[in-house]
Ligand binder design. Structure first.
Ligand code: SAH
Length: 250
């Protein structure tokens, strides 16, 4: 059977200029493009030749089952078509890229993953936050607040890691995140930046503290998609970041 390749392509956080050159090449080669909800449709300018299939599945909204997406990719690849699966940010950062690659490879399909800029990195940068600012943070930890089995994160380990925490899928769980980190020993006045629609023209930034973040998010009607940056670096900003900021009243 003539089988072509599947590219798992990171489309970045939203700003189409954050696409990699490799992503642009994959899009140009693709005959079929499967596109997730969080991908900015502007990137489709790079694949006018392709058939585009939306397969978004955001929590609580209309949903395309993962098994269906798997089968769709397999079917087109087995027809010998070049498939690009476009995912927001980086395909392998909370993007199921790993499991899709394994599933396809187990069926003999060649897969190539193309990195994208993950939302946490882009959001921090666009707010003037250096996630590992020298002398302030020794590292950065990317975590999701949403687990498949609803198990709890190891809050104490996170609170005491000395790293900047970047939390994905956290908007609906701000209270749990706060209580977990406070119980784990993180100071109540630890700075927090909540960044909605990172890198897009409608990006919004809410600066707060661990103890106030839930109330400040409510007061500013913070919505998904948003990332949280928790740690001393979240007090940093540059002139551009500060002027764009929606600062919560303190
Ligand atoms: N693979 C993606 C993450 C997918 S999980 C990446 O690497 O960025 C979906 C979560 O990512 C959202 O709930 C939100 O926390 C975050 N996210 C994705 N796009 C975002 C954006 N433009 N701004 C802020 N957060 C975003």
């Amino acid at each position: 059977m003539n089988s072509a390749k599947v590219w798992l392509v990171g489309a970045g956080p939203g700003d189409p200029e954050l696409l990699t050159l490799k992503a642009v090449r994959a899009l140009a080669e693709a005959q079929v493009v499967l596109i997730d909800d969080l991908v900015n449709p502007a990137v489709l300018a790079h694949c006018p030749q392709a058939r585009v299939i939306p397969v978004g599945k955001r929590g609580g909204c209309r949903s395309t089952p993962q098994a269906f997406i798997h089968r769709l990719m397999l079917r087109y690849a087995r027809q010998g078509r070049c498939v690009a699966r476009l995912k927001g940010g980086d395909p392998c950062i909370f993007g199921r890229g790993g499991e899709e690659a394994q599933w396809l490879e187990a069926r003999g399909i060649e897969v190539e993953v193309v990195n994208g800029i993950t939302a946490g990195l882009a959001g921090a940068t666009r707010c003037g936050i250096a996630l590992t600012h020298r002398g302030v943070a020794r590292g950065v930890t990317l975590v999701t607040a949403h687990t498949q089995d609803d198990s709890e994160l190891h809050w104490q380990a996170l609170a005491q890691s000395g790293t900047t925490l970047v939390v994905y899928m956290g908007v609906a769980r701000l209270q749990q995140i706060r209580s977990g980190l406070l119980a784990g020993g993180l100071a109540p006045d630890t700075p927090v930046a909540m960044i909605e629609n990172a890198s897009l023209p409608q990006q919004r930034e809410v600066r707060s503290t661990l103890v106030r973040m839930h109330e400040d998010a409510l007061a500013s009607s913070l919505k998904s998609p948003a990332v949280l940056v928790i740690g001393e670096v979240a007090a940093l900003s540059d002139a551009t970041g500060a002027s764009l900021a929606t600062r919560a009243a303190s």
